[in-house]
Write a protein that binds this ligand. Structure first.
Ligand code: SF4
Ligand code: SF4
Length: 456
């Protein structure tokens, strides 16, 4: 077994607590924001339309932005303004859920005899939304150049063909496929759960992606806590994969660090395109969705989301579908929304504190922290030049400097100092004695730059 070593970062010694697993009942309304970290989508439906489970309700012309499928049957109640997870100004579709389930036939079902072009097309259509901040969507990231070329020749959609033709480093073979089974941040154990409880389904999906990529070498990355688990060995054996074990430092699981820790190669920013290094990364949460939608032919994929309620010392794993509003989860655990002092979607380090509890669970979210009672209120002060943030930054930036440039809207200077290399791990803010809101400032800088790009 190889150890995955990353520079800097921090070790958090937190033992995995007992996790209860619950299947959530359907909500009365489901919400679908038409924006995600990759861009904006446009609705295919209007108010009053009836929709079936699995129906595409919003899409983008760009193959890098996954289609939005509804996980519930019902009627489109309204299309309204709702900030996305990243607090982008966006619209959302609300669906009033009906009891009678009407399903679209999965367009994506794959079996052993399916050829790679069919698998690629199914992945493009499935609309799998992933938790990690990958530059390329799953099908574009893990498909061999031969299969993409063949698809381009066969497809009648010339716009799509042109877009696929322009995938950076499309011509590079994918020699190594990394399967990421390491949880993204401290206090979250969703991937540990999946890898030890859904091993067979994950292995079937991983075989599909191995075939699609044409990779010669498969590496299964896991945390120390599960490295000697029988299920992990079975998973690796099923794929003829090597096992690589995390050195326990956060944020080893985030793509640029994982790639560096395993291969010693650095992903170049801002493109952060693993194809350039002739490798692809897929995580077990993505594989779980592939198993359900492509192999089992489900019209929707169940998600596993960890719900942490620190005031009660409770940690739950919730099985639910995309579109389930956070409000519904809060009600399920009999929490009073008025008494919640902070709601963080996506984990305490990598997540976003949200104010609108209509925001739903999507594939981008692996955890939810519901804080009651007093939460620490940061009053940030001036930087005292202690250098703590520099000493932990895993991508070797000077966070104090970049965040200051963002604060004063000096975005060109921030880019010059590596703004886009920041993976928003939150360690700089965690160690800062002056409580400078550095991640928020980095995100603010990136969002302003994105808005400027869209406007120009
Ligand atoms: S600057 Fe970015 S990458 Fe570096 S520690 Fe801060 S959040 Fe993490
Ligand atoms: S940790 Fe905070 S106070 Fe110290 S150098 Fe970084 S930003 Fe300044």
């Amino acid at each position: 077994m190889k150890t995955i070593n990353i520079p800097k970062g921090l070790s958090f010694k937190i033992d995995q607590p007992a996790l209860s697993v619950t299947t959530l009942p359907s909500p009365s309304s489901a919400i679908y924001p038409m924006a995600n970290r990759w861009g904006w989508l446009y609705p295919n439906v209007k108010e009053g339309d009836n929709v079936a489970t699995g129906q595409v309700i919003a899409a983008s012309s760009l193959p890098n932005i996954p289609n939005l499928r509804t996980s519930f049957s019902g009627t489109v109640k309204r299309i309204f303004k709702l900030p996305s997870l990243q607090l982008k100004d966006a619209q959302a579709i609300e669906i009033e859920v009906t009891k009678e389930e009407k399903e679209v036939v999965s367009p994506s079902r794959i079996d052993d005899s399916s050829d790679n072009v069919t698998i690629f097309q199914a992945l493009l259509e499935a609309g799998i939304c992933e938790t990690d901040d990958y530059t390329l969507a799953l099908p574009l990231r893990v498909t061999s150049p031969n299969t993409i070329n063949e698809f381009i020749e066969k497809t009648h959609d010339r716009d799509l063909a042109d877009l696929l033709n322009n995938i950076p480093h499309r011509e590079k073979n994918i020699k190594t496929l990394i399967i990421n089974g390491i949880d993204r941040q401290p206090n979250v154990w969703v991937r540990n759960y999946l890898i030890t409880s859904e091993t067979e389904r994950l292995a079937s999906a991983a075989k599909l992606i191995k075939k699609l990529s044409g990779a010669e070498q498969i590496i299964l990355a896991v945390s120390q806590a599960v490295a000697s688990n029988k299920a992990v060995k079975e998973f690796a054996d099923a794929l003829n994969a090597d096992i690589a074990v995390s050195n326990g430092k956060y944020p080893v699981s985030l793509e640029p660090l994982l790639v560096y820790g395993i291969t010693g190669k650095e992903l170049l920013f801002p493109s952060k395109n693993t194809r350039e290094l002739e490798l692809g990364v897929v995580d077990v949460s993505g594989l779980y969705q592939i198993a359900q939608m492509l192999i089992e032919g489900a019209s929707r994929a169940e998600l596993i989301v960890q719900v942490n309620i620190p005031s009660r010392n409770e940690y739950h794993l919730v099985k639910c579908f995309a579109g389930t509003p956070v409000n519904h989860i809060i009600n399920h655990y009999s929490l009073d929304p008025d008494k919640l002092t902070k709601v963080i979607l996506g984990g305490d380090f990598l997540g976003y504190a949200h104010y609108d509890l209509d925001i739903p669970v999507t594939g981008e979210i692996d955890s939810l922290s519901l804080w009651e009672g007093d939460v620490f209120h940061y009053e940030h002060q001036h930087c005292i030049r202690c250098g703590f943030c520099v000493s932990v930054c895993p991508v070797k930036l000077v966070p104090a400097e970049i965040s200051l440039y963002c604060e004063y809207k000096m975005f060109d200077e921030a880019i010059g100092k590596g703004l886009y290399q920041c993976i928003e791990c939150g360690l700089c803010a965690y160690v800062c004695p002056s409580h400078r809101p550095m991640v928020q400032l980095m995100r603010y800088g990136k969002q302003e730059l994105q808005l400027m790009r869209v406007a120009s």
